[in-house]
Ligand binder design. Structure first.
Ligand SMILES: [Zn+2]
Length: 257
């Protein structure tokens, strides 16, 4: 059909039609700006199992949590603020962060995942196959580790956390974000729930195995980490939160060794 259209409709008309479509998207506007790709929209797109509005960037696909971390990395992490050199390990690499780290000359970057074939970014760093409960690297190797929204998928998360601790250098730092239900004192797990439907109902997503509660910090500490819960998001005014599409309650779990 597309081919047929191309044959019978003159190029100039097709071009004009595409430009018209682009200029008349309902979300066109300047109400929000993505700090990652600088695109401006009236609002961000909706996203999630139970879709929430103002979440996903129409251009780069970044979510609220990605935009917050992007700002955080640029304002708080020494690779960017002080130009220091170091080794970075990144689990389940988000494309926007892959591009950020892959192109930074100070960083020796190792992106990895259990299923690397899901990530085809065509950058210079290859995605290494790695199981987070048995990380294929030596002790005390990495200065910085990023592991965002991974641990809620891992049945033995305590083992994963101890592996993250093992491969981190002394003095190293890690950002380990997970979805947290702040109404729960204790993390909710039930390994008798195994179906995708059951998990979605119990844990909010088909491939999640738990809802973390307020004890997430204690779990990280049990693995050996010093945990600083950074209320960085509070440094934004309500106007800025709206402008960048950030979640005002999102805390950053900054772990060090
Ligand atoms: Zn964007």
């Amino acid at each position: 059909m597309k081919y047929l259209l191309k044959k019978i409709v003159p190029n100039t008309i097709l071009k004009a039609y595409r430009a018209y479509r682009k200029n008349n998207k309902p979300y066109n506007g300047k109400g929000v700006v993505c700090p990652i790709c600088s695109s401006k929209f009236k609002y961000f797109g909706s996203y999630g199992v139970f879709p929430r509005g103002n979440a996903k960037c129409y251009t780069c696909g970044a979510l609220e949590r990605d935009r917050l971390l992007w700002k955080y990395f640029h304002e708080k992490v020494s690779f960017f603020t002080k130009n220091v050199k170091g080794k970075v390990l990144h689990f389940a690499p988000e494309k926007v962060f892959y591009q950020l780290f892959d192109t930074n000359k100070n960083i020796e970057y190792v992106p990895c995942d259990l299923t690397p074939e899901r990530f085809l970014f065509n950058g210079k760093s290859q995605i290494i196959k790695a199981n987070i409960t048995n990380i294929p690297f030596e002790d005390n190797t990495y200065d910085f580790i990023i592991c965002n929204h991974v641990l809620e998928h891992i049945p033995d998360d305590a083992l994963a956390m101890s592996e993250l601790y093992r491969v981190m250098k002394k003095g190293g730092q890690g950002i380990f974000q997970v979805p947290i239900n702040y109404d729960l004192e204790l993390t909710y797990e039930d390994f008798s729930i195994t179906t995708p439907e059951g998990r979605e109902k119990a844990f909010g997503q088909k491939d999640h195995v738990r809802w973390y509660g307020l004890d997430y910090k204690t779990k990280l500490e049990a693995a050996g980490f010093k945990v600083y819960i950074d209320e960085y998001v509070k440094s934004f005014t309500s106007k800025e939160l709206k402008k960048y599409g950030l979640i005002s309650t999102e805390l950053i779990y900054n772990c060090s060794k």
